[in-house]
Design a protein around this ligand. Sequence first.
Ligand code: GLN
Length: 313
Amino acid sequence: GALPGWRDVERLVGDAHARFARDSDGIVADYIPVLAEVDPELFGLAVIEVGGGVHDAGDAQHPFSIQSISKMFVYALAIQEHGHERVREIVGVNNTGLPFNSVMALELNAGHPMNPMVNAGAIATTALMPGETSAEQWERVREGLSAFAGRALGLDGVVYASEARTNDRNRALGRLLTSYGRLEGDPDEVVDVYTRQCALAVTAHDLAVMGATLADGGVNPITGQRVVSAEVCRDTLAVVAASGLYERSGEWLFEIGLPAKSGVSGGIVAVAPGKGAVAGFSPRLDEAGNSVRSQRAIGYLSRALGLNLFASA
Ligand code: GLN
């Protein structure tokens, strides 16, 4: 079925926000120093409908760094550029069953990154962005993600600097990919573009618009701009369903039945194809690095809105 009417969705988004307003489970990420300083009480929810309906609640307009949620949109841009087959071969589509920054996952698979939602696969995906220089690749990423959001996104320079100072592990993953012959270009430069893409500042509202663009067959429902093809959306959402919440992706799909992508700053966006997207922002995380309160509020809303893809009734 379709989404309920605008007023009903609006009421449910408000209900979901109120219901989890005092939920304080989970722990704020601290391996990126500046993320540890964020106010853990922040809590925003947003729903964007493919028909253009907008719903914001709480801190839906509070900016934060997009972090790993960037991976799903850069992946979509990479498939748009290089096609289904080539990207599948280079990056893979299977869950690693291991944490997002695992080095062991790479070693266990002869340096193949397995999927684009873990850091190694995301670094390999960023390397596929067109451009003669890493500055051009970064510009392509920024422009592409801005088209998904329907506004010009900018870098959070403080988050970028903090992460660039401490991202030895991602640099190790980049070098390891190079050592296996699985990365084009200078690995440190590719990792730098990846670090910048993770530091793009967005809001929960932006994430819902970005997700709704994937729900809408690649057309941004607010601006009307075509960003990627419908086939690219289909491919991207399949991979996100399998690995968007890392080693917790199966549990999420079993309980909620929607592709969703998380990031360590506390954002999550879930996409209901043909209907819209639901985004949450709340900084406290579970052990896999997924926002606890965003998962709960999005789960509640998905049930209330009847969004489970596997439900026939
Ligand atoms: N920039 C972060 C990192 O590379 C992204 C991780 C995440 O959001 N899970 O570690």
